[in-house]
Design a protein around this ligand. Structure first.
Ligand code: 4NP
Length: 154
């Protein structure tokens, strides 16, 4: 059985598709499954935002074939690690379960970079291109630490 990791944001078109693409690029696909989704239904079936596709492409990560999906309670069963991009996503996910076993799977992704700071990956949707460069850098560093953590577990 593969170790399964889910990246979650609001729309699943800006932050979590990049998080998925970046982490996937650092892990062996025979051992790990990485996916992403959004807490909202706003963009189900859509491609990632063109600015996320562009910044990914700039750093050699192709996310253009991803399509947006919405988080469901079934994802608590499927995934081993669930990373929320911000505190609002975290709350929206946690609200969907009463089980500690489910809640314990959910973490803010930037806790892997700056523990105990409860930092958000800023939502770049309404900003400019620089916001996408910024989130790429944050997610890339956080994913490096996730890889180290996963490698310690295996
Ligand atoms: P994401 O960004 O959660 O990183 O995919 C957003 C995308 C779309 C919207 C909000 C955030 N929206 O309101 O449509």
């Amino acid at each position: 059985m593969k170790i399964k990791i889910l990246m979650v944001c609001l729309g699943n078109i800006c932050r979590s598709p990049l998080a998925e693409g970046i982490l996937k690029s650092k892990l062996d696909s025979n051992i790990y499954l990485v996916k992403s989704c959004g807490t909202s239904n706003y963009h189900i079936g859509n491609r990632p935002d063109r600015r996320s596709i562009a910044v990914g492409k700039k750093y050699g990560i192709d996310i253009s074939s991803q399509r947006a999906a919405q988080f469901t309670v079934n994802d608590f069963k499927t995934y081993d690690f669930i990373y929320a991009m911000d505190n609002s996503n975290y709350q929206d996910i946690i609200t969907l379960t009463n089980k500690n076993q489910d809640k314990n799977k959910v973490n803010l992704i930037l806790e892997e970079l700056h523990p105990n700071n409860n930092l958000d990956v800023p939502d770049p949707y309404y900003g400019g291109e620089q916001g996408f460069e910024n989130i790429f850098e944050l997610l890339n560093k956080a994913c490096d630490n996730i890889v180290l953590k996963l490698e310690k577990l295996s």
